[in-house]
Write a protein that binds this ligand. Structure first.
Ligand code: RTP
Ligand code: MG
Length: 140
């Protein structure tokens, strides 16, 4: 398996409830290493650009409002098969459909306030990492 990097956001519902450590524990326990991390409060413009692929979807406005409703933790995760592995650790978008033991099953509040974001493929991961991190902020 190839060592890969993926991009993660711990969303405002999780920073608000002070459960970021519990989420990072799930990430590390799965064998993924946090090689970059920062706490930020996204601007509206940043959130709109980051989720630009969803611009035409009915939930876009609410999604952007939610993502700027509080601080988030953006991270780069590294490990074997990191993109797919983190999607498994996260669980399904809607926590009602998420498998037992996943972050979203155990922590998410709703389909919108679903605690984490993870890149959906290696190309997206590279783009998303570049969106938030300079090369010298990532220490593998
Ligand atoms: P993410 O991008 O955050 O990792 O989540 P995902 O791939 O599992 O889901 P995606 O389809 O990319 O949707 C992005 C985020 O939009 C919110 N959403 N709301 N109200 C709705 O029907 C709805 N559908 C999606 C969620 O916060 C989802 O994570
Ligand atoms: Mg997505």
């Amino acid at each position: 398996m190839a060592v890969e990097r993926t991009f993660s956001i711990i969303k405002p519902d999780a920073t608000r409830r002070n459960i970021t450590g519990k989420i990072i524990d799930r990430i590390e326990s799965a064998g993924l290493k946090v090689v970059a991390s920062k706490r930020i409060h996204m601007s509206r413009a940043q959130a709109e650009e980051f989720y630009g692929v969803h611009r035409e979807r009915g939930f876009f406005g609410e999604l952007v409002d939610f993502m700027i409703s509080g601080p988030v933790i953006v991270q780069v995760l590294e490990g074997d098969n990191a993109v797919a592995k983190y999607r498994d650790v996260m669980g399904a978008t809607n926590p009602a459909n998420a498998a037992p033991g996943t972050i979203r099953k155990d922590f998410a509040e709703s389909i919108e306030a679903n605690s984490v974001h993870g890149s959906d493929g290696p190309d997206t991961a590279a783009t998303e990492i570049k969106f938030f991190f300079k090369d010298n902020e990532i220490v593998g």
